[in-house]
Design a protein around this ligand. Structure first.
Ligand SMILES: *Cc1c(COP(=O)(O)O)cnc(C)c1O
Length: 484
């Protein structure tokens, strides 16, 4: 399997190349050169698989047994999910009036990011051991990515991780999930600034090409192909759990409602759809509505400022992964995609060509949900089911309630639930409900924490470089025969 850049100006790479690259050298995103088409027979066979079983099938297809033999791959994926709290890893809750909630949050840090990041970390470690190399992952985060990334690589020999968090701007639980991991290969900085300000030292360090190369720096944000790959499994699992029967001709559709920010789960859904899975996609956003405007009116333009909402992990201005979707829908046309994205980067505003807009609105429906509706939905779901939703999951479920209240006929529907309500007690209280906090989260309060402040006036770039050098030297000290 080969990967090409959506902008068509970079050499093709294999999965290993895409995994370690993040962005392609031409600024595009890596996509499989061709998507495998799944036959009815394959879908039938896959329909009885467990969630980890589906991840294994998808990964072998997109990685290739020549890079990771099947037995090794199966071990890596079992290892990735070994610390999840639910034996099924991903669980579907069937609630009143056809409401299906796919709980993607049974990982250690209680969001769906644990699913893909834990697999991605296993893949990294596998290749690095073989190459006798070390990488340092640098993550700027205001939410769930940092904790899931730390958790996935903590204690890993060949990967060091440095996280910059905006001090006081994450929720208390999010911050504790990052600062209580006291492993040698983990460094956390609490920055006196917002997420834009903490991006500056990261950008400065990544701009030093020689330094990046010397210390094998990488990022693990949602533009990484490995994360999208693992997330395609959500859609297959949702389909097989909710489809009424696989004996019908053609296979019956299932509607998957995807709450999204950077459109990672949406890109994964579009890929699954193009492989032949008969899903209808609905993207549900909060009042940061660029995606909704794009799908409704072809208006892909930046809003003036990010709005703060209860679904804070979706408070995102630029849905980076739309570039993948534009590329797919334009028939893998990298010239068109490059022109569109370069115009967007120049002017922060883009009106989609009519043909592309028509294809997009044909493939994906959309809805934008207000903060008030988010808390109302959380309250209603509790009253009807005694089931607590996190505010992000509530964005998806709001769409379900809108449709059922209007008695719209529809195929079976599955709402993706990206996080546990336990992680967002502030929103649960705002909905007039009582938070339920698992023992693991309560225990965080009593754990020792480690977090180095980056104060106003400090040289943040220098501090970050110093930490990168230190992590790398520490590793070299343990493995003196390794390649730098
Ligand atoms: C990261 C995150 C999202 C947004 O995911 P995208 O890949 O940006 O669409 C939604 N909800 C939660 C809880 C998250 O942590």
């Amino acid at each position: 399997m080969w990967y090409v850049s959506t902008r068509g100006m970079a050499p093709r790479v294999d999965f290993e190349g895409a995994l370690f690259s993040g962005y392609a050298p031409d600024g595009g995103l890596f996509m499989p050169e061709e998507l495998p088409q799944l036959s009815r027979e394959t879908l039938h066979q896959w329909s009885t698989l467990s969630y980890p079983g589906l991840v294994k099938e998808l990964c072998i297809l997109f990685i290739g047994p020549e890079l990771i033999p099947r037995d090794d791959l199966n071990c890596l994926i079992d290892q990735a999910f070994s610390r999840f709290h639910h034996r099924e890893v991903v669980h579907l809750s069937r609630l009143r009036d056809g409401l299906n909630v796919l709980e993607l949050w049974h990982g250690v840090t209680y969001t769906f990011k644990d699913l893909a990041l834990s697999c991605t970390a296993q893949f990294l470690q596998y290749f690095l051991q073989r190459r006798k190399q070390h990488v340092t992952v640098v993550v700027g985060t205001s939410g769930d990515t940092g904790s899931a990334a730390i958790e996935s690589v903590q204690g890993t020999e060949n990967v060091g991780i440095i996280v910059l968090l905006p001090k006081g701007l994450c929720t208390k639980i999010q911050e504790l999930q990052m600062t209580t991991v006291l492993k040698e290969n983990v460094r956390v900085f609490g920055v006196e600034g917002n997420s834009d300000e903490l991006d500056k030292p990261i950008k400065a360090v990544f701009a030093d090409v020689a330094f990046v190369k010397k210390y094998n720096l990488m990022s693990l944000n949602s533009i990484n192909w490995a994360r999208i790959l693992v997330q395609t499994a959500h859609h297959f699992f949702a389909y097989f759990q909710c489809a009424p029967s696989l004996e019908m001709h053609p296979l019956p559709p299932v509607e998957v409602v995807v709450p999204t920010g950077a459109a990672g789960n949406l890109a994964a859904g579009c890929i699954a759809q193009r492989m032949g899975l008969p899903i209808h996609l609905v993207v549900a956003v909060n009042s940061n509505d660029i995606l909704h405007r794009t799908i409704q009116w072809g208006d892909f333009s930046l809003s003036k400022a990010v709005k703060t909402t209860w679904a804070s992990a979706m408070d995102i201005q630029v849905p980076y992964n739309m570039e993948r979707i534009f590329w797919l829908l334009s028939g893998s046309d990298s010239q068109v995609t490059r022109a569109l994205m370069e115009q967007f980067e120049r002017t922060q505003s883009l009106s989609l060509p009519a043909e592309l807009h028509r294809k997009l609105s044909g493939a994906v429906a959309s809805v934008s949900i207000s903060d008030e509706t988010i808390t109302q939905t959380m309250a209603r779901c509790w009253v009807e089911n005694q089931y607590l939703l996190c505010p992000h999951s509530a964005v998806a479920v709001s769409y379900h309630y809108q449709q059922t209240d209007r008695q719209q006929p529809s195929p079976p529907r599955c709402c993706l639930a990206p996080a546990s309500a336990a992680k967002f007690p502030e929103a649960v209280l705002a909905a007039g409900l009582t938070p339920e906090t698992p023992a693991e989260i309560l225990a965080l309060e009593h754990k020792e924490t480690r977090c180095t402040p980056m104060r106003k006036g400090d040289d943040w770039t220098w501090m970050l470089r110093d930490a990168i050098q230190d992590l790398s030297q520490h590793w070299m000290g343990h493995f003196p025969n390794a390649l730098a």
